[in-house]
Ligand binder design. Structure first.
Ligand code: ZN
Length: 236
């Protein structure tokens, strides 16, 4: 019940209502932030970053040349951990995402995944969606990483068209459609020249959005691109 009221009231509910873990629904201790200790310990980590040419990197191989790719945890429909993504994206809790990605940077430090990354950017949201939702969740995720690494977040891309329904389209048509949805921001090109850019999104499923965005970033002279998502569907 608290969760429903919280969603209804939005972020202002933080002060008025007991804070609850979005995964298990338990009230959080004063020293717990966003998720309870038990659920954090049970987070279904992909640990892709610990493997050379991991499943996610293989998924993008032959589509767009990237340096590295990883996702923090597995996403499955109906899993209690899926509520983290819903809360971040739809329920006005993008700051939970920012906190989680900063945590991911610390968690993955030993793997060296973030070594050499010079700048962080995010998959953009079309302005009509932005007006509707009020924020771009992927920007919060990217900012969490940039802050934890002490590097810049740059808004490098823009969404030129609202995302249209894809289900009835064939693979090629779908690809062309997604590719035309994004563009590089003119002024970011000089800032990103020769840089190793980390492109961030909330979830990777088919990878077509990340491919289209990475492709644009790769068109910047000397730029290298790595990918990070908060969650991943089980990729094939
Ligand atoms: Zn919990």
């Amino acid at each position: 019940m608290w969760k429903t009221i919280r969603q209804w009231l939005g972020a202002a509910a933080d002060v008025a209502l007991p804070r609850v873990c979005p995964v298990c629904g338990q009230t959080l201790d004063s020293d717990e932030q966003w998720l309870c200790r038990q659920c954090l310990a049970k987070l279904p980590r992909t640990r892709y970053e610990d493997t050379t040419f991991n499943t996610m990197e293989q998924h993008f191989a032959g589509k767009v040349p990237i340096e590295r790719a990883t996702a923090y945890f597995f996403y499955e429909k109906g899993s209690p951990f899926a509520s983290i993504l819903h809360d971040i994206k739809y329920h006005g809790m993008p700051r939970m995402g920012q906190w989680l990605t900063a945590r991911a940077v610390r968690d993955m430090a030993a793997s060296g995944f973030f070594d050499g990354i010079e700048v962080v950017t995010a998959v953009p949201l079309h302005r009509s969606k932005l007006a509707q939702r009020g924020y771009n969740q992927s920007e919060y995720l990217a900012r969490g990483i940039a802050q934890a690494l002490g590097i810049d977040y740059i808004e490098a891309l823009k969404a030129t068209r609202p995302h249209s329904t894809q289900t009835h389209k064939g693979a090629m048509e779908r690809w062309l459609n997604i590719q035309g949805n994004y563009a590089l921001k003119e002024k970011s090109i000089s800032q990103l020249r020769g840089k190793h850019i980390l492109l961030v999104d909330d979830v990777v499923t088919t990878g077509s959005t990340l491919t289209a965005c990475a492709d644009l970033l790769k068109s910047i002279p000397g730029a290298n691109v790595s990918l990070f998502t908060l969650a991943a569907a089980r990729l094939e």
